[in-house]
Design a protein around this ligand. Sequence first.
Ligand code: ATP
Ligand code: MG
Length: 354
Amino acid sequence: MKIKTPLTELKLSVPAQETPISSFLTASGTFCDGDLLLNQKGLRLMSDEKESRPSEGKELDFEITPADLESVKVIGKGNGGVVQLVRHKWDGKLFAMKVIQMNIQEEIRKQIVQELIINQASQCPHVVVCYQSFYHNGAFSLVLEYMDRGSLADVIKQVKTILEPYLAVACKQVLQGLVYLHNERHVIHRDIKPSNLLVNHKGEVKISDFGVSASLASSMGQRDTFVGTYNYMSPERISGSTYEYSSDIWSLGLSVLECAIGRFPYLQSEDQENSPSFYELLAAIVESPPPTAPPNQFSPEFCSFVSACIQKDPRDRSSSLDLLRHPFIKKFEDKDIDLGILVGSLEPPVNYPR
Ligand code: ATP
Ligand code: MG
């Protein structure tokens, strides 16, 4: 038997103009109202996607343009440029935006943006995600995953030294990032140092600036032009020879040792502000014996880990995969050590103005 549904009048309500249309129509043409998202990929409901917040390193579902972002504050300053905390206007999500001022020809900058996009399509939870890069107002802007506790360099400014258990937990995550870069992406990071190892309040540690200096420099035909510091360069690299993945392992070893002893391991100067000249550094790295962890202050596992990384002959250094299995990493693996407790108690870094 067929039941007839009585026809009812369907009422469509038009929202009152309390919310201006521009508040949910972004500059990139994404329309958003409540759970509803309409963009170039079509129409979708966002309600099941609360888990995949972009600030937690997942893929973004929408394009970001400079006009969609508002600046909150400057959170860092490096050799290459300024890092700002920015908020996406329509959904409030936070990102870190690194702005590198560079006035160059259109052809070259298109090539650079292209290379940055390819280089930064990261599929690893221990490599900072770069969501978007664009050239705008004479500068490259990289929209990055925001790591709310800054870098390990910021952490040691506050706590002075990091204890072995926390270091092991941080180091394991950096090694997982390096295994991904070396064994899956087949790339050398080239700029491993404490300020490129970022942390968040959950105690996650991620490698940043992957591909940035390499993309900018290689597109301009000058590989090392954008390197901010020579401090962490391996002997073979600082002396201009060819270098391999093992060059990143040297830099990792120096960074870990620095976090443990609270100062850069080479050429300790009374005056910490006066960093060594390039030639002093070159001589120290190439000619003097490599730095080690003092055995009277650190465990044998830690000392062994550091010297597995800081070997002058690159063939004597362990690989990232081997280091993941090193006794120093294994020792704290099932001890339930929460790096989030250490960094959670710290003030969010304020690097700039210094
Ligand atoms: P260089 O310019 O030589 O790479 P650097 O790594 O110190 O030096 P930046 O990469 O510009 O310079 O970073 C400067 C600071 O900005 C970092 O130390 C960190 O405190 C902050 N920062 C960078 N990226 C992020 C991010 N994704 N999330 C949160 N803070 C960040
Ligand atoms: Mg950096």
